[in-house]
Structure formats: structure tokens, C-alpha cells
Design a protein around this ligand. Structure first.
Ligand code: NAD
Ligand code: TYD
Length: 352
């Protein structure tokens, strides 16, 4: 094995795609998946790679600083791709504290441990922090987020991610810790926990439950196929310049209500329902507090410097995503039992 890389949050949505990508593409790397297995982490996401010789899972909490130091001393990681986080905006509104611990304290523990084991030599080492476009705040009708857009986070989630981004840059500036950061737009695809818009609505349509559209459904998100994000992370990890930030996005903006109508149409077709049947489930509900109006990423730097580009058209990706959820009913059943039901009831009321 010529490199040992720790990927945090590998049992989550994006992390599982990144793990699969690295384990399959780089047999000479030892890939260590460090994950606490919160409600969002699920080892079922990685069934196809768990037996591979270059893959190992370690259950652990990044908030436990002593544990993290010991782990880094044991494994002497050459690199880290850090995705572990509390990631859902609505949960950050209901309970901000968890976000401060996992996203800020957790990231700082990893920075301290990396600094500790790389203090003699930083040659070939890299701390890759995976972040979000939400740190830039909210756009009006026009314009894009670039790497130099000032930070203006608006939710506890985005504020905690912004804080962790600043800490990563500060460790680079102050201690010379080698690092890169990427800020990506909304991801979609298989294995996303059904609290986020697309999998929640697929699940509800399938079960003939109301589709809770926040406000007027006019907020805009820029959607990217999750495997295109994993490919970008690979490129940036290997070819990105030290200390740099790269924006990742699909130039694929959708107003929520338009996306939801498209999803309903696809689902009517797949479920052999009469045209328009699923749209009848649309229910306008109270808006999310502080709801960001629009996100849109300018990924010119990544495309120009590292040659990345998205591979899938949104309609095709959404179709594939729906197929995955319809074919993986057992996965959906497992993740929507227990804690999920309690969350759903608190969030949307038990009549939805
Ligand atoms: P997710 O919620 O699906 O998964 C998060 C993973 O982190 C889970 O496996 C969970 O068990 C693990 N985790 C949480 N707290 C932990 C802790 N204290 N110690 C160890 N592991 C812990 O999240 P996701 O959507 O896959 O997002 C992954 C990363 O990408 C996050 O950092 C997020 O901010 C960022 N991101 C997400 C999106 C998106 O659209 N989902 C877009 C841009 C950036
Ligand atoms: P989400 O998937 O939570 O991602 P984010 O808030 O990080 O962008 O939400 C995407 C959009 O969908 C966002 O504008 C909020 C909206 N939304 C709803 O209208 N209803 C819902 O039940 C959820 C979860 C989201």
C-alpha cells in the first residue's frame, strides 16, 4: 500500500460514493473510513466494497479529540478527505449545538491530529476539507458564487461549515498545514438520507403522502450528480494546488417547484399512475426559517485548471435516482424506521 488515506463520514451519502470511487480506482491506497454512524451513516451504503483488501472501517467520533490523536498516531495517515458532518439545515434550526460539536470541534480535532503527525514533514501530505456553497449565503435572482465571494452564512449549518472552512485556512496560514477546500452545490443520487428534498419526496410520492413544499417553492438550488462530486474530489485531492479553494457545481439551477413537478411526472410514469396524480400531493407549508433564496455556483476555476466537468444531464440523473430508490425499498425501509419516524413527526407533524 503506497498511501493511507482517512476518509471521514464515509458511511454517509456523499462519503460512501467517495469511498467506493477511491477503493475501486486506487487499489494501492489503504482507505480508512472513519465514521460515528449517526442516524445519517449507514454501512449498507458500502456493502459492495466492505470485503476489499484496501478498505477498512473504523467506528469513531471526530468530536473525541484524544481518540482522534491516537488514531492518527496509529495509522500515520498520508492524507485526509474530511466529509463527516451534521449536514441537514432543518436539523440545525431545531438543534444547532450538534452542528457546533461535529462540524467545528470535530474539524479542529482532525486539524490538530494532522498537524501533530505531520510536524516533522509535510511532504506529500494533504488535508482535504469538503464544504458547501451555503457558506456564501444567499443570491438574488442573478449572479454566481465564485471562490472569492465573501462568506455570509445564514443558517446554523452553514455558519458551522463556514467556521470549519476558516479554521482549515487558518491552520494553513499559521502552521503551514497542507490543505485544499472545495465548496459544492446540492448533491443528489442514490443513498441520500430521505430527509433531504429529493429522496424525501420520492419516498412520500411512493407512499401517497403529502409533499411539504416550503413557502411558495420559489427557492432555487443548483443540483449535482453525486458521482460527479466524487470525481471532482479525486481530481482536487490529487491535482489541486496547496491552500486553494475550488467551487464545484453543475450549472443546473432549478426552482424547487419546477424540480418537484418534474419528479412527480417521472414518478407517475414509473408507478403507472395517471398523469398528474402525484402532483396532487403537493402541499404548501410554512417556510423554513431564514430560507436562503438561491444558490448557484461558478465552477470555472475547477473546469479550467483541473479539466473537470459534470457528466450527467439532470433529467437523466433524476431518472436514475428514482430507479435506485424504487429498486432499493429494503434500504429505504431500514433507514425510515426508528429515529426517522420521530424526526418526521416533529418536523412535519404526524398527519403528513
Ligand atoms: P450525510 O449527513 O449523509 O453524512 C454525514 C456522515 O458523517 C454520516 O455517515 C455520519 O455518521 C458521519 N458523522 C457525523 N458526525 C460525525 C462525527 N461526530 N464523527 C464521525 N462521523 C460523523 O452528509 P452528506 O450529505 O454526505 O455530506 C457530506 C459532506 O459534504 C458534509 O461535510 C457536507 O457539509 C458536505 N456537502 C454536502 C452537500 C449535499 O448536498 N449533501 C453539498 C455540499 C457539501
Ligand atoms: P434540502 O434538500 O434540505 O437542501 P438545502 O436546504 O441544503 O439546500 O432542501 C432543498 C430545497 O428544498 C430547499 O430550498 C428547501 C426545500 N425543501 C422543501 O421545500 N421541503 C422539504 O420538506 C425539504 C426537506 C426541503
Amino acid at each position: 500500500m503506497n498511501k493511507t488515506i482517512c476518509i471521514t463520514g464515509g458511511a454517509g451519502f456523499i462519503g460512501s460514493h467517495v469511498i467506493r470511487h477511491f477503493v475501486n480506482k486506487y487499489p494501492a491506497y489503504h482507505i480508512v473510513n472513519l465514521d460515528k454512524l449517526t442516524y445519517a451513516g449507514n454501512l449498507e451504503n458500502l456493502k459492495d466494497v466492505e470485503g476489499k483488501a484496501n478498505y477498512e472501517f473504523v467506528k469513531g467520533d471526530i468530536v473525541d479529540g484524544d481518540f482522534i490523536i491516537r488514531l492518527f498516531e496509529d495509522y500515520k495517515f498520508d492524507g485526509l478527505i474530511h466529509l463527516a458532518a451534521e449536514s441537514h439545515v432543518d436539523r440545525s434550526i431545531a438543534n444547532p449545538n450538534e452542528f457546533i460539536y461535529a462540524n467545528i470541534v470535530g474539524t479542529t480535532n482532525l486539524l490538530n491530529a494532522a498537524r501533530h503527525i505531520w510536524k516533522e514533514n509535510t511532504e506529500g501530505k494533504r488535508f482535504y476539507h469538503v464544504s458547501t456553497d451555503e457558506v456564501y449565503g444567499s443570491l438574488g435572482e442573478t449572479g454566481y458564487f465564485t471562490e472569492s465571494t465573501p462568506y455570509d452564512p445564514k443558517s446554523p449549518y452553514s455558519a458551522s461549515k463556514a467556521s470549519s472552512d476558516h479554521l482549515v485556512r487558518a491552520y494553513n496560514h499559521t502552521f503551514g498545514l497542507p490543505m485544499v477546500i472545495s465548496n459544492c452545490s446540492n448533491n443528489y443520487g442514490p443513498n441520500q438520507f430521505p430527509e433531504k428534498l429529493i429522496p424525501l419526496f420520492i419516498n412520500n410520492i411512493q407512499n401517497n403522502k403529502p409533499l411539504p413544499v416550503y413557502g411558495k417553492g420559489e427557492n432555487v438550488r443548483d443540483w449535482l450528480w453525486v458521482e460527479d462530486h466524487a470525481e471532482a474530489i479525486d481530481l482536487i485531492y490529487h491535482k489541486g494546488s496547496d491552500g486553494e479553494t475550488y467551487n464545484i457545481g453543475g450549472h443546473n439551477e432549478w426552482k424547487n417547484i419546477d424540480l418537484i413537478r418534474l419528479l412527480c411526472k417521472i414518478m407517475d410514469h414509473k408507478l403507472n399512475r395517471e398523469a398528474g396524480a402525484s402532483e396532487k400531493l403537493i402541499t404548501y407549508v410554512k417556510d423554513r426559517a431564514g430560507h436562503d433564496l438561491r444558490y448557484a455556483i461558478d465552477s470555472t476555476k475547477l473546469q479550467r485548471e483541473l479539466g473537470w466537468k459534470p457528466s450527467l444531464q439532470f433529467e437523466e440523473g433524476l431518472d436514475k435516482t428514482v430507479d435506485w430508490y424504487l429498486q432499493n425499498t429494503e434500504w429505504l425501509k431500514n433507514v425510515t424506521s426508528g429515529e426517522y419516524l420521530k424526526y418526521y413527526e416533529e418536523m412535519y407533524g404526524d398527519d403528513r
